[in-house]
Every structure is written in C-alpha cells, then in structure tokens.
Design a protein around this ligand. Structure first.
Ligand code: ATP
Ligand code: MG
Length: 412
C-alpha cells in the first residue's frame, strides 16, 4: 500500500473543523488590523532562500527540498519548496513594486512549508504557518503592532496566557561587536562545543546561544561567558528603540520577558526578535517566532525598506487549542420519496442550512438510524406529510417530535 510520506499528514474529518476555525480567526484578527492576505508560490528559486534565509542557517544547510527540472538543455534552474515564507513575500514585494505604495504595506499569509527534519511531535516535514509581514515603518510602533497582532490572534483561539520572550540584537554594527565578543569568549571552549556549534562558530556564532545541547548550555552558564552574553552591548539608538517598544507593550498590557539567549536561527534579523512559547508543548515549545529584518529587502535587490514580521506553526497551535465539535448536520431528511427529498434539501440548503439525506433509498428505519448519528433533527417526510402538506421534525437529542406546518417555520 502506498502511504503518506514520513513527516506529512492528511487533515480531514473532525480535525478539519478546528483547522478552519483557526484560519477563520486569523483572517478576522489580521483583517481587522488592516493586514491583507498574500498568496505566493510554494516553490521558488533556490537562490532566493540561500540569500534570503542565509546559507549559514540550518534551514538552508540541512533542511531544504531542492530539485531541478529538466536536463541541461531544458530549464535546469534549481528550485526549492519554500521552507518559510518571508523570503517569498519579500520577493513579491520587490517584483510588483509594492514598495512604491505609501507605507505601511501589511500582509498576512497561510500555507504549507517544507523542511527536511527528523519528524517528531510538533515537527513535521510538511507543516503549515500563519504569518504576518509589515513593511515601511522603522519606528518601534511597528514592532508593537506586529506583536499585538500575534497576541490578539492567539487570544482569539483561546490562548491568552502564552509567554512572549523578547530580545534585541541591535543594528548590524552592534550585532557585529556582539558576535566578536561572543567568539572571543567562546574561543577557549571551542573543543567542548557540540559539532553543530563548532560549525556555527565561524559562520553564525550568535546561533550558538540558541543551541539546546546540554553541554553547550553549561558553557553559557560559566561566569566569564555569562558576563559577555548578558552585557548590554547595543548602541544608544538601538537601546532606545527597544525600550520604546517595551513601553508600548506595557501600556497594551502584553506580558513579556527578556531572554538574552534568544537570537533566532535566521541571518536576517536585526534589533527586535521575539518568540511566543507554551510550556505545554514540551521541547518543541515555540508556537511563534519573529522579528525585525530591516536589511532583507535591500539584500534581495529592492530599495532599502524596514520590515518586521512573524510566523507561527499551525500544527503546534492545533495541539494547544480546544478542539471544535464538528458542526452537526441541521436536518437529515427521512423519506421514501426521493424526488421530494432532493427538492426539499435544495430549498433548505439555499437558506444556508446544513442538510443531508439518504441517496440509496434505504428503508425508513435505516434512514432514521443514520439521522440520529449525524444530525440535530430528522425531518420526516412520509406519505401523510406529503399528502397533507406538513413536516414532522424530530429533535434527535430529546426525542421530541413536532408537527411543522410551513417551510418558513423550518428555516427559522
Ligand atoms: P524550531 O526551533 O522549533 O525548529 P524554528 O526556529 O526552526 O523552530 P521558525 O523558522 O521560526 O522555526 O518557524 C516559526 C514557527 O513554525 C515555529 O515557532 C514553529 O511553531 C513552526 N515550525 C517550524 N518548523 C516546524 C516543523 N518542522 N514542523 C512544525 N512546525 C514547525
Ligand atoms: Mg527549526
């Protein structure tokens, strides 16, 4: 038997109702805050991610689904299934001259992402993200608006008590100074770091701070290393940006904590980075990750444009939210006259009711049995009902049956 690929999942039946409900909430919350939806392609030029996500990241180094189409004389360019969506949105932003519109330009998206990872709870190879990208505003009001959008959306699906962790990486100059002092401090311990971190040391040293390896974490606790990590190294402008943001979060009553080890895996972040976490998720605790990426639009060939955004994993959200009861069928028509049944079903559906009936013309008792499993009401259309022009409606929870004289009463 052919099975779904490792790390992928079919979503159907009861689950799909919760998924749809999560998405309905996203649409409502983001549209209320004037973000408009953007749908970009699922595959892009490999180069977009190599440059846009950064070739020192795990995503680009280990996790991309990359392939080329056709032979040497055909279109043999390398393409990749998107591992995240910021790079794609930025490409679209540049390609369609969206930067010419007056800022802010605000987008939200939903869709599948692909990463070749070891599948485990909360970690798949095809997973889904909901995200937001805001362009054109350098002030920390934009950081606050984006964090607020994430928090409001999470509240709308009943998750009001998640933890927002924040950090500031500073501007490229501060980041560089910090990177150098971290490297200097870790130099004597290079041999004790895990293999991944040994590689990161040259290419992406800040990412070392994000390492979950116990040995590496012990090293971060050494007093001389801790002192460097916890030193305030950002310049005055970056420091003001961060404290202004914290002020907005305070006045919006958004609870947060500062996490100096939070650096995020991607190369493009500067200044604000944040994650929203739930302890209920165990080791895969991050639901949402985001930050400011003022350099990315220019780096990908556009005009320099400040930007800030986030992405959240829908599969991780799904495990946290209360599951929605699948919407039950309003009426299941029970009748021996299939023509009358089909006509009535159509009229009721025209009035936005959820209606089903038996297409196999089975016995009355079988139809009633089915109705009681799937519907709120059985709408009985027997010989008497058709002859005398009324409907019998049986409430399948209480068992009570009433006579209904007009169609209008049915749709009330
Ligand atoms: P992690 O540290 O858990 O690998 P990440 O830093 O790689 O996360 P991001 O690139 O920031 O994740 O993506 C944002 C969100 O997407 C994550 O917080 C998580 O909820 C979700 N996510 C990332 N990778 C996966 C995956 N393989 N399966 C399911 N959800 C994922
Ligand atoms: Mg990851």
């Amino acid at each position: 038997m052919i099975k779904a690929q490792r790390g992928t999942k079919d979503i159907f039946g009861d689950e799909i109702y919760t998924w749809q409900w999560i998405l309905d909430n996203a649409k409502k919350v983001f549209q209320n805050a004037c973000f408009s939806e953007i749908k970009t392609p699922i595959f892009e030029a490999t180069e977009l991610f190599a440059r846009g996500v950064g070739d020192s990241t795990d995503i680009v180094n280990k996790e991309m689904y990359t392939f080329s189409v056709g032979g040497a004389d055909k279109d043999s360019s390398s393409i990749t299934l998107r591992p995240e969506n910021t790079a794609g949105v930025v490409r679209a932003f540049i390609e369609h001259n969206i930067f010419r519109q007056s800022p802010p330009q605000k987008f939200w998206y939903f869709g599948p992402m692909f990463r070749y990872e070891r599948p485990q709870a909360g970690r798949q190879r095809q997973f889904h993200q909901i995200g937001v990208e805001m362009f054109g505003i350098k002030e920390p009001t934009a950081d606050a608006e984006v964090i607020l959008a994430a928090v409001n959306f999470l509240k709308s699906v009943g998750l009001g008590d998640l933890e927002v962790e924040l950090n500031t990486l500073g501007c490229p100059k501060c980041k560089n100074d910090y990177r150098n002092s971290i490297k200097e401090a870790l130099k004597p311990h290079l041999n004790e770091l895990c293999d991944d971190c040994k590689m990161r040391y040259e290419k992406n040293p800040l990412r070392i701070l994000d390492c979950k390896n116990e040995n590496c974490q012990k090293i971060f606790e050494l007093p001389e290393i801790k002192e460097i990590i916890y030193k305030d190294y950002v310049c005055e402008e970056c420091s003001n940006h961060f404290s202004e943001l914290l002020g907005y979060l305070d006045s919006l009553n958004i609870k947060y904590s500062r996490n100096k080890l939070l650096v995020r895996g991607l190369d493009y972040y500067n200044r604000t980075v944040f994650e929203i976490k739930s302890s209920a998720l165990g080791s895969q605790s991050a639901v949402c990750g985001g930050g400011r990426y003022d350099g990315l639009v220019e780096m990908l060939g556009g005009q320099a444009t400040p930007a800030v955004g986030f992405a959240m994993g829908v599969e991780r959200l799904y495990t946290l939210v209360d599951k929605i009861n699948p919407k039950k069928i309003d009426y299941y028509i029970v009748s021996t006259d299939i023509n009358e049944t089909m006509k009535l079903a159509q009229k009721l559906r025209d009035n936005n009711l959820v209606v089903d009936f038996d297409m196999q013309k089975r016995k009355f008792s079988k139809q009633l049995e089915k109705a009681s499993k799937v519907a709120k009401y059985a709408l009985i259309l027997g010989e008497d009902e058709i002859k005398e022009g009324f409907y019998s409606v049986k409430n399948l929870e209480t068992g009570e049956q009433v006579k209904v004289n007009s169609f209008n009463e049915l749709i009330k």
